[in-house]
Design a protein around this ligand. Sequence first.
Ligand code: NOJ
Length: 543
Amino acid sequence: MTVENRWYKQAVIYELNVRGFYDANQDGAGDLAGVTAKLDYLQSLGVDLVWLLPIMKSPLRDGGYDVSDMLNVNPNFGTLEDFNILVNETHRRGMKIMVELIPNHTSDQHPWFQASRDPEHPEHEKYKDYYLWSETDQKFKDARIIFIDYEKSNWTYEPSRGEYYWHRFFYHQPDLNYDNPEVQKEMMRTVQYWIDLGVDAIRVDAPPYLFEREDSVSENLPESHAYYKRLRSFVEAYSPEIMLLAEANQWPEETRAYFGNGDEFHMNFHFPLMPRLFMALAKADRTPIDEILARTPEIPKSCQWGIFLRNHDELTLEMVTEEERQFMWNFYAPEPEMRLNLGIRRRLAPLLDNDQRKIRLMHSILLSFLGSPVLYYGDEIGMGDNVKLRDRDGVRTPMQWDDSINAGFSEVESQKLRIPVIEDETYGYQKVNVKAELEDPTSLLNWLKIMITIRKQHSVFGEGTLSLCSPKNKSIIAYLRENELEKILVIANFSSENQQISLKELCVKNVDFLDVINLYQPLVLEDQLLNLEGHGFRWLKVV
Ligand code: NOJ
């Protein structure tokens, strides 16, 4: 792939929950037409790639990750025609669109499963091996259970067939059987179908679990990688500008394999980095970030990390040690209801005590660190969460557009909303909403717009190398981003106290700097000593 095609390396990605974004047809849930109606907002924020959480037909028992028809949009969200309009309108504004592919499993409502489970079904013969069936629930014992708060086993008994079926997630999400070549073909066809509908990128859900094998943990198996390489070859031949993003929630060493030799996924999330950003902030000590970066291998030139602060799931603590997990839970999720599975079901602003300095510090790292930044809808205005809601719904509440009824999200009676709006004193829509923030020049939203604009003026953030400079003071993180065009030194203070740093200690010596965020003013220092206020940060261009 040529350098010009590597658009995803420069992309600012915005993840949104269609069901919670904007209700255009006024039925109480967001829809595709609602996203179309808000594209100007996304464009003005500086978004390059709009990531839609699952939109395929689904009973929505797992936010749409339980698909019942891969070749249709969920009627609750609209029609294929609505999707077509959304794609065209997104492109017309110079943005791109990413959808979800969920290859590992389907809903138990999928016609394939209905036929597979029931020997009396007219199509049973054709579909009987589409899923993994077993007479016992004792196979693949070494595979962990992921949704530990909900499931006791990865096997569930199906009386009509008299056998157990395998599922890595909810019991109502049976895993597809990739040893069946027909299943492999179905997924290729699905990818082709969505490419034909005009999408620019595909997030591949839960890629580590495609195949299972005895005497292994059934994650990251060579068979799975071989399949993804074939998928990539197909995409490369069919539509080479498409980007494939893997959601492999693994340690960096395992994640590396998903990039292959630049012949598997273009992007992969850096899951282990995320909790360590929060740890560094909590401890006012950058060490967790240093450690995970030391474990992060080089990736092929055409590849990219996707980095994020929060997303639609719980803040996962799978890629941390037991001790770190306990620390994170104690610090960020003191109430039991804030915890879910191995994670924390809270949004960014509440996690950071709604402290604007901390929220901006974390965004300044997100926008300048190694990879393409992914923003989660609502975090740009500092939305809150609702831990009383079931599962992960508390971080998927309606977008707060203004202070009118239902936060301007929908005009239906409030009781008819599928997920209620946030109404508490601190984060309620009466106070936290897009309209109010647009009108306030000092708001988080307006600040973020400026920061995104600045990031986009410097290709070094998307494509440059990152070298950690290691000042003695551990509360300071400093890193140099560098490409053939420029060098930018980023310095950030994880502590709430003022810190003085000698720039002589950092990776670049005896140079002058322009303060990128502060209108490119020359940095005037006495004896190279920089004062950084509590939770402060600088982006300094080397001149
Ligand atoms: C990962 C998704 O992010 C999550 O929301 C979903 O529940 C699981 N995969 C299962 O599809």
